[in-house]
Write a protein that binds this ligand. Structure first.
Ligand SMILES: [Zn+2]
Length: 676
């Protein structure tokens, strides 16, 4: 009996190539002298999910065929069609092909496993392809296994894949009816990006960091992913802006709204937006530098007022806010009785102090700063030495990391250990890099200061134009100092010039903006600032209602002089409060835009109908009778029906009744036209 050959074909279900692959293998067999009668075809279609099972089935059939027939060779399209698992592959190679002297022929790449004619040795090309393939297959199978395993653990989340593009960080889970779920690998990269950004790394720097960690990305287009790419600044910027990562419902590419499972918390997302808005990468240090620390003296007990950061961000006298129940020992804690409950906003006071420090520092630089150059240079040298000292540690961490990855690929350590170790190393690296960024910023600062001084001293005091230039230069210097981002440095400058601050509450006459309001008294904080050069300056802080406060110039007598244009930087913000305020403001605006305040209480059904832009009052009466406006309409002692317009609109907005919806949309249309 003539020997036979097997054509072994396995394709995925999405793949339509089954026939063409069989055809290609046939052609190859014909060339080797076999005819159709000699061919046994094993063809398998497999689903994307039950890979292992399908593979096992295919191989079992192959083994059966080999046992029952006199097989001369096996034809394959690709080695991966046989198995994706290197261990299986090596076992097949040794125990089926070599032992039984069955030739294995592969088309892509083209090779024969055994050296002809006696088939006792491996062909050079054959063994090379095997070992290379082994490496790739291993990596591929590790990835697949993990993704599959994690897929089971995903929580069910609303929204299924409906075609189009799946955002980075998510994937389609075919096993669970095309649910869109978090792709944990990608999500962890996204979290890393947000963490790094929050830690003060710039976007280009994050891109470099990810490249160094060997992290790449690819998009899904439907079920297909494109090839791996290095993270670009553009892609990172896009991610940092991508609000759907917080789980917020959004319109995406398609035209319907959907919520994706959250990867980033709303709070972290907002923090990162703030950083981006401030266009500044020194964020990590901002949080707890208070410029007025230890400068404000309590006028009552004489102790230093401290920063309090609870629901508000204020300086206050520590002693005045001690619990009166004697929870803490007065002796141990060294505090006195004090009733000075005056507080002052940290944002407002720090803004004033920084403004004053910039003024003082520019004057100082103009005066006598040459000697500072050598001091600054010494500082730069010290910092540079620190940066240099960091480098070997960074290199060490990097090589440790690659050793671990290599050990993992070699199979010496398991995935869990690898992950644990790399996470540890990355955290260490991040700490060092944060430090390095801080140092670099300091160096930049001192370098600029030196440059400023040099420019100042290039100007001679006798020459009129030079003096004019000098004035220009001092403006430049001021601008430069104003641009200082480093909060510790800002604080240092404040403390360099300002010796002491006192704050007391006072009522001052103040003309409000609206002309019809009579000049009236208003509470303000009278702030006395003493400088090291001996001068003293006086200010009022006017607080209207919390957020919008304003600095006013004053004098020793406490006169109310001109308004100062000092921007109040909101460095410390209670995000929750701010959000609530913003929402309320928006609501108020919407409300104000719709009707006048005098319309708020509408008397009588006719007036109500008119307010709602309806032709007659019948509709309102009927709805009221049905109880629809129950919360919004009350009856006064004269029997007049009075509608609370705001409440009525709220009720209407919440209604799904077609009539109400129509009335409401007409209401908005007419109001808009009127321009109210
Ligand atoms: Zn006090």
């Amino acid at each position: 009996m003539k020997k036979k050959v097997v054509l072994f074909v396995r394709v995925s279900t999405e793949n339509q190539e089954l026939e063409s692959q069989i055809e290609a293998l046939k052609q190859s067999a014909y060339i080797d002298g076999y005819s159709d009668d000699d061919l046994i075809v094993i063809a398998k279609k497999e689903s994307g999910v039950k890979l292992k099972e399908a593979e096992r089935e295919g191989l079992n059939e192959l083994k059966r065929v080999i046992e029952r027939n006199d097989i001369d060779g096996v034809y394959l399209f690709e080695l991966s069609r046989l198995s994706r698992d290197p261990v299986t592959l090596y076992s097949l190679r040794d125990h089926i092909f070599k032992e039984k002297q069955i030739q294995l022929k592969c088309l892509k790449p083209s090779f024969s496993l055994l050296e002809e004619p006696d088939r006792t040795k491996f062909d050079t090309m054959g063994s090379l392809v095997f070992s290379i393939f082994g490496c790739f297959a291993e990596q591929e199978i590790i990835e697949k296994k993990e993704r599959f395993h994690r897929g089971r653990e995903q929580k069910a989340i609303e929204g299924k894949f409906a075609g189009g593009r799946v955002p980075y960080g998510y994937r389609v889970d075919e096993e669970r009816g095309n649910l869109i779920v978090i792709d944990e690998d990608e999500a962890s990269v996204i979290r890393t990006i947000f963490d790094l950004y929050e830690a003060g790394l710039s976007q280009p720097r994050i891109a470099v960091e990810l490249q160094e960690r060997g992290i790449k990305y690819r998009h899904y287009y439907g079920n297909q992913r494109n090839e791996y790419k290095n993270f670009t600044m553009h892609f990172i910027a896009h991610l940092l802006k991508n609000e759907l990562l917080t789980g917020r419902k959004m319109k995406t590419d398609g035209c319907f709204e959907r919520a994706y499972p959250p990867i980033i918390s709303v709070a972290q997302f907002e923090r990162c937006r703030d950083i981006a808005a401030a266009n500044n990468t020194s964020y990590g240090k901002v949080s707890n530098v208070y410029y007025a620390k230890s400068l404000i003296v309590c006028p009552e007990c004489g102790s230093k007022m401290s920063a309090y950061t609870g629901s508000r961000y204020v300086y206050r006298c520590h002693n005045a806010y001690q619990p009166a129940d004697g929870t803490y020992s007065k002796v141990v804690n060294n505090w006195k009785d004090c009733s000075n409950k005056t507080v002052i906003s940290i944002n407002a006071l720090d803004s004033l102090l920084w403004y004053l420090a910039v003024e003082q520092e520019s004057q100082y630089l103009w005066g006598s700063a040459m000697e500072d150059i050598s001091q600054f240079e010494a500082k730069i040298a010290t910092i540079q030495a620190k940066i240099d000292a960091i480098q070997p540690r960074l290199k060490d961490l990097e090589s440790k990391r690659s050793r671990i990855v290599m050990a993992f690929l070699d199979g010496d350590i398991n995935k869990e250990f690898k992950t644990k170790k790399t996470v540890e190393l990355d955290a260490q690296k991040l700490e060092i890099m944060k430090q390095q960024i801080a140092y670099e910023k300091d160096i930049d600062y001192f370098k600029e200061r030196i440059e400023d001084i040099r420019r100042l001293y290039a100007v001679s005091g006798d020459d009129a134009t030079a003096v004019a230039n000098g004035v220009e230069t001092i403006m430049d210097v001021k601008e430069k100092i104003e641009k200082t981002e480093n909060d510790e440095e800002k604080s240092r400058l404040v403390h360099k010039h300002i010796k002491q601050i006192q704050i007391v509450k006072r009522m001052i006459p103040y003309q409000r903006k609206a002309k019809w309001i009579k000049s009236t008294e208003v509470e303000a904080k009278y702030v006395t600032v003493s400088f090291f050069d001996g001068s003293i300056r006086y200010f009022y802080l006017l607080c209207n209602h919390g957020s919008c406060s304003k600095w006013i110039l004053s004098d020793e007598q406490g006169s109310v002089l001109e308004d100062l244009n000092i921007p109040i930087v909101q460095r410390f913000v209670n995000t929750k409060k701010r959000e609530a305020r913003k929402a309320q403001d928006e609501k108020d605006d919407e409300f104000k835009g719709m009707y006048n305040p005098k319309d708020l209480q509408i008397r009588g059904f006719d007036a109500m109908a008119k307010f709602l832009c309806m032709s007659g009052s019948v509709g309102v009466r009927r709805r009221y009778a049905q109880g629809f406006f129950e919360d919004a309409i009350t009856v006064d002692e004269n029997g007049v029906h009075i509608m609370d317009a705001a409440r009525a609109l709220e009720i209407m907005k919440a209604s799904k009744n077609a009539w109400i919806i129509k009335i409401l949309s007409n209401f908005y249309k007419v109001r808009k036209k009127k321009g109210k």
